[in-house]
Design a protein around this ligand. Structure first.
Ligand code: SF4
Length: 534
C-alpha cells in the first residue's frame, strides 16, 4: 500500500488551513498540528475501539435544470428500508446547503426545510446504525469546505482499511470530527483535490485507488454530482432518467416510483458524472470478477428492485423453489414470515403444490426486528409485530419460511406464536445458508458471537427454535437462485472468505486487488485477474 505523499501537508499548509468540516450544528475549523492530533486521539477511543456494528445505507443523487429537491426527498423515502436512524440532503444552487437529522426521512425534513433546500443538483442519504454510533455527527451527507469549493458525500458500504488511512491522515495533521469511515473518504478526496490543484476527475481516480472495501458513493463537488461504485461492485448503485433529469440511486425501485426510466446498474469501478442532459462515465481498474453482496437479494433490498440484472423478487421465489426441492415435507400450508419470507414462500408453494396462507399478520408500524439493537427489545418487538390468524393455522402442519437466521431468537418466538395458536407441526425453511461470519462490507453484522450457527449444529438449532424440522438452503441452491456465478458474489458471512483483505480473515482470491496500487504508478494493470482501465 503506497504511503500518502509525505510532502503534501507542508506544501499545501496554507490551503489546508482553509479546509473546514461543516456540520449542521456549527462550523468546525480543521485543526493542524498538535491540537488536531490530540483531538483525533480523544475521539478514537469511544466507538471505533469496540466491535460496534456499522451502517447499512441508501444513497441518491440527481442533476437537472430545475430544482430536484422533491425527487431527492421522495427517493429517500423509497429507500427508507435501507436505513431508518438518520437522513440527510445536500443541494447546490449557487452555494451548497445541507440538512441532516436523526429519524425517518419525513421526520427529518419539514416543508420549510425542503423549500430552503431548493437546488438543481443534490445528493441524499439514509443511514442505519446501532447504539453507540447512532449520533448526528455520523449522519450524512458529510459536507467539507475546501479552497476549491464544497464537497458533499453520501456513502453506502464499509471501508476495510479506513483505520489505516485515518491514522496516516491524522499523523499529517488532519483532524477528524466523526468516527465514521465516510469522513475518511471525504477527507481523502479533499486531500487529493488539493494535491491535484482542483483537477476533480484525476483526484477521483486517485483517491479510489486507496480505498479497500465496499463503497457506493454519491458525491457533489460544487454544482456537479458524481457517483462511484467500487471495483467489486459489492453494494448496488444504478442510474435512471426522468423529467429531464438524471439520477443515481441505491435501488432501481426509486426510478419506478418517481416515474423515471431505469437505465442500468453502474459497472464495477465506474465513476459517473451527472449532467442535466446526460452523464459521462469512466472506469477504474477492476478485477475480472465482481463481489455483489448476496444478502441484498436474500434479505436487504426491496423485492421490486432489480440489482445487477436480477429482480430481487424473482431471486427470492427461486430460493423458495430450491428450498422445496432440497427439503420437501408432508405439510398442509406454507406460512411466510412477513415480509421477509413472502416471495420465498411463493416459490416453495409453487413447487410443493401447497397453498400459501397468511398465518401471521404484521403490524406495519413496528420497525424491522433485525435492526433493533437490544436483544430484549428485539424479542418484545416480535410480539408487537406479529399476530397469528388462529383459524388459519390451528391443527395445521405448517412450513414456515424466512430469509435467514442470525441469533435464532426471533424465529423461535415466531414458532412459539404459531404453536400457541394451535399449529400441529412447524417445519422451518430458511432461504440462506447459516450465517457464521461478520460482514465488513456494509451490513450490520460485526461479531461472531451473535450467530447461533457458531454455537449450535443444525439439529441443535432446530431444538432451540422448537421446530419439527429445519432446512437451510444449500450453496448450490443459493447460487442457482441468484443466477450469478459463485465467483461474482460475496459470500463472506457464510464462508469466512472475503473478496478484499480483512485483517485476521481469509481472502477469497489471491491478491485480487493488487491492481489498486498499480493505479498510482499510472500504468494500466495487466496482472492476472485484472482488466485495464477503460
Ligand atoms: S459478508 Fe455477507 S453481508 Fe457482507 S457483503 Fe459479503 S455477502 Fe454481503
Amino acid at each position: 500500500m503506497p504511503a500518502l505523499r509525505s510532502a503534501r501537508v507542508s506544501q499545501t499548509e496554507e490551503i489546508l488551513r482553509r479546509l473546514r468540516l461543516r456540520t449542521d450544528e456549527e462550523t468546525a475549523e480543521l485543526l493542524l498540528g498538535e491540537e488536531a492530533l490530540t483531538m483525533a486521539a480523544d475521539q478514537a477511543t469511544s466507538e471505533r475501539s469496540d466491535h460496534r456494528p456499522r451502517e447499512k445505507c441508501g444513497i441518491i443523487g440527481c442533476s437537472g435544470t430545475t430544482p430536484v429537491t422533491s425527487d431527492l426527498y421522495y427517493g429517500l423515502r423509497i429507500l427508507q428500508h435501507r436505513g431508518q436512524e438518520s437522513a440527510g440532503l445536500a443541494v447546490y444552487n449557487g452555494e451548497m446547503k445541507s440538512k441532516r437529522g436523526m429519524g425517518l426521512v419525513h421526520e427529518v425534513f419539514s416543508k420549510e426545510d425542503l423549500m430552503d433546500l431548493r437546488g438543481n443538483n443534490g445528493i441524499g442519504h439514509v443511514r442505519y446504525s446501532t447504539t453507540g454510533s447512532s449520533v448526528l455527527e455520523n449522519a450524512q451527507p458529510i459536507v467539507v469546505k475546501t479552497s476549491y469549493g464544497d464537497i458533499a458525500l453520501a456513502h453506502n458500504g464499509d471501508i476495510a482499511n479506513s483505520d489505516e488511512i485515518r491514522e496516516e491522515l491524522s499523523k499529517k495533521g488532519w483532524a477528524f470530527m466523526t468516527t465514521s469511515d465516510s469522513e475518511v473518504i471525504v477527507r481523502l478526496l479533499a486531500n487529493e483535490i488539493v494535491n491535484f490543484g482542483g483537477d476533480v476527475k484525476r483526484a477521483l481516480k486517485e483517491f479510489t485507488s486507496r480505498l479497500v472495501g465496499a463503497y457506493s458513493l454519491a458525491l457533489m463537488i460544487n454544482d456537479t454530482v458524481y457517483a462511484v461504485r467500487d471495483p467489486l461492485a459489492v453494494r448496488p448503485l444504478c442510474i435512471g432518467e426522468g423529467n429531464g433529469r438524471f439520477m443515481i440511486a441505491s435501488e432501481s425501485v426509486v426510478f419506478d416510483a418517481l416515474g423515471f426510466k431505469f437505465i442500468r446498474d453502474l459497472k464495477p469501478g465506474e465513476i459517473v458524472e451527472l449532467r442535466p442532459n446526460g452523464f459521462d462515465s469512466m472506469r477504474l481498474p477492476h478485477p475480472n470478477h465482481t463481489a455483489h453482496c448476496m444478502f441484498e437479494w436474500v434479505y436487504f433490498a426491496r423485492p421490486d428492485s432489480v440489482l445487477d440484472e436480477r429482480l430481487v423478487y424473482d431471486a427470492r421465489v427461486k430460493i423458495g423453489e430450491q428450498l422445496a426441492k432440497e427439503y420437501p415435507v408432508d405439510a398442509d400450508i406454507i406460512v411466510p414470515v412477513p415480509e421477509s419470507g413472502r416471495a420465498q414462500a411463493q416459490g416453495y408453494a409453487q413447487l410443493a403444490g401447497l397453498p400459501v396462507v397468511e398465518g401471521l399478520i404484521k403490524n406495519r408500524y413496528i420497525e424491522r426486528t433485525f435492526i433493533m439493537p437490544d436483544q430484549q427489545e428485539r424479542e418484545i418487538g416480535v410480539m408487537l409485530k406479529l399476530n397469528p390468524i388462529r383459524s388459519a393455522v390451528k391443527n395445521k402442519r405448517i412450513v414456515l419460511i424466512d430469509d435467514s437466521i442470525v441469533r435464532g431468537t426471533t424465529i423461535r418466538k415466531i414458532v412459539q406464536i404459531l404453536r400457541q395458536a394451535g399449529a400441529k407441526e412447524v417445519h422451518v425453511r430458511i432461504g440462506c445458508l447459516p450465517i457464521r461470519f461478520p460482514c465488513y462490507l456494509g451490513i450490520d453484522m460485526k461479531t461472531r458471537d451473535q450467530f447461533i450457527a457458531n454455537e449450535k449444529t443444525v439439529p441443535e438449532i432446530a431444538d432451540f427454535i422448537n421446530a419439527d424440522s429445519l432446512g437451510y438452503l444449500s450453496m448450490k441452491g443459493l447460487i442457482t437462485a441468484l443466477k450469478h456465478s459463485r465467483e461474482d458474489i460475496c459470500l463472506g458471512c457464510l464462508t469466512g472468505e472475503y473478496p478484499v483483505p480483512i485483517p485476521g480473515e481469509k481472502m477469497r482470491k489471491e491478491r485480487p486487488l493488487e491492481l489498486f496500487s498499480d493505479l498510482t504508478s499510472k500504468k494500466p494493470s495487466t496482472k492476472r485477474g485484472a482488466k485495464a482501465a477503460t
